[in-house]
Design a protein around this ligand. Structure first.
Ligand code: ATP
Ligand code: MG
Length: 443
């Protein structure tokens, strides 16, 4: 596609000349004789480079340079080659300034150089954004559960073993997968991800294994699958519980033999990927009930990492909250007031770390310039009745699960005061002691 260059100069003759000359260099050019005219064009088109006359009838060019320079390179045309003007223009962000009359050579060299610079800058920014979004943050948490998790990760990461990560939604399974990849010898290449849940059976298959030309309607050329793309790296297979039985069989084959075939292909290819898979379902149970191939389950179960739900490691809640608060506060030093902290600690987080993260991000926005995060910033969470008992199970609960959870929350709310809890729940204190023991809720 041709690059678009906009020339803004009220000198009719010079403008036409410049437009013609730049057009001859193979660029698309538009001319405007005032800032008003230029604005109309800018509302519709995105130029790759703009020439601005230093003296425009209806705008202050140095000021324009300041606002426009971040969007595209601006080259200022000046009738008076005064150094003083030039310095202040460059400081304002102009890419370059040219003194009229402009020689053809100088014009072309400047345009090509500035376009190239802009492209480099853009590509750089793109890579940096990508790196930043990929660079996995540290796993936050100092609970015993997190310590154990970290030592499991450290132990298995450098091996090539297949790992099954199990945990409720939002607990950090993908982060764990990244940590395993980063701790492996394969970390120099990026980890690739495929989602077992979002793709239909045949699409998943060709995504993963690739296909040969003519394998199905629309397969007009050969395509490598993610197994090949991720050679030498790690392939993260998310939501493995959602894959179809046929694909489970093919996965089992890769895991057992290290070989695979592209869809519609006859060649047997060797795989060089390390598989890390994740699910938020209890695969042991699902496979017992016939919802998942048990041979694949047993193959995967040789190394399982369970990521515990947030409510089972409450001591991590404040740490994570502070972590996200810093992250979403853009340099503002922020603090949770004690009541806000209490609110977070009392909640059960069915959506786990992701829910906490989203809540904090929202609170940071609502707090605006305020430094103190107060319960009001937590919206619905703050208006929850203090004495409400909320149940969140990742399975259909048994009555005793409900009883245990009810007792646990009551104890937490009344600071472990057994007499109070007995009164609230309408049973004798003796029974409270018995239940605490039975459910191992004592300290
Ligand atoms: N221990 C942690 N420290 C810091 N951030 C975390 C931690 N655990 C999770 N997060 C953050 O919480 C969010 C959810 O994590 P992640 O996507 O890894 O969860 P998941 O278990 O894969 O969820 P799902 O089952 O819904 O796919 C992410 O933004 C992640 O960065
Ligand atoms: Mg995930």
């Amino acid at each position: 596609m041709k690059k678009l260059i906009l020339v803004v100069d009220d000198d009719q003759v010079f403008n036409r000349l410049l437009v013609e000359q730049i057009g001859d260099m193979g660029f698309e050019v538009l001319g405007a004789h005032s800032w008003a005219e230029a604005s109309v064009i800018l509302a519709e088109r995105e130029p790759d480079l703009v020439f601005l006359d230093l003296r425009l009838p209806d705008a202050d060019t140095p000021q324009l340079v300041e606002t426009l320079a971040g969007q595209f390179p601006v080259i200022v045309l000046t009738g008076y080659g005064s150094i003083r003007n030039a310095v202040s223009l460059i400081q304002a962000g102009a890419a370059e300034y040219l003194t009229k009359p402009v020689s053809l050579d100088e014009l072309e060299i400047t345009i090509r150089r500035e376009l190239e610079n802009a492209e480099l800058r853009q590509r750089n920014a793109f890579y940096q954004r990508q790196m930043a979004s990929r660079r996995p943050g540290p796993l936050i948490g100092e609970s015993k559960a997190m310590d154990e998790l970290r030592s499991l990760i450290d132990a298995v990461a450098p091996t090539d073993a297949t790992v099954l990560i199990q945990g409720e939604s939002g607990t950090g399974k993908e982060m764990v997968a990244q940590a395993i990849h980063q701790g492996s010898l394969r970390h120099e290449r990026e980890m690739l991800t495929i989602d077992g849940g979002t793709l239909q059976e045949t699409l998943f298959e060709s995504e993963l294994f690739g296909h040969e030309r003519g394998a199905f309607t629309g397969a007009d050329r050969q395509k490598k699958g993610l197994i090949e793309e991720a050679a030498g790296s790690t392939l993260f297979l998310d939501e493995i519980g959602e894959t179809t039985p046929a694909n489970q069989a093919k996965l089992l084959r890769v895991l057992e033999t290290g070989t695979f075939r592209r869809v519609g292909g006859a060649k047997t290819l060797k795989s060089d990927v390390r598989f890390v898979v994740a699910t938020n379902r209890d695969l042991a149970e699902v496979s017992q009930n016939g919802g998942f191939r048990s041979d694949l389950y047993f193959r995967l179960a040789s190394f399982v990492i369970k990521v515990p739900p947030l409510r089972e490691r409450r001591e991590d809640i404040p740490l994570l909250a502070e972590h996200f608060l810093q992250r979403f506060s853009r340099g503002i030093e922020r603090k949770l007031v004690p009541e806000a902290r209490k609110l977070l600690l009392a909640y059960d987080w069915p959506g786990n770390v992701r829910e906490l993260r989203n809540l904090i991000e929202r609170a940071a926005i609502l707090a605006g310039r305020e430094e103190r995060i107060r319960p009001e910033h937590f919206g619905a969470l703050a208006s929850r009745r203090e004495d409400a008992v909320v149940f969140a199970f990742d399975h259909e609960p048994r009555l005793e699960d409900v009883e245990r959870e009810c007792l646990r929350q009551s104890l937490a709310r009344h600071d472990g005061n057994r007499a109070k809890v007995a009164a609230v729940l309408g049973i004798s204190e003796r029974n409270i002691y018995r239940l605490i023991k039975q459910y191992e809720l004592g300290d």
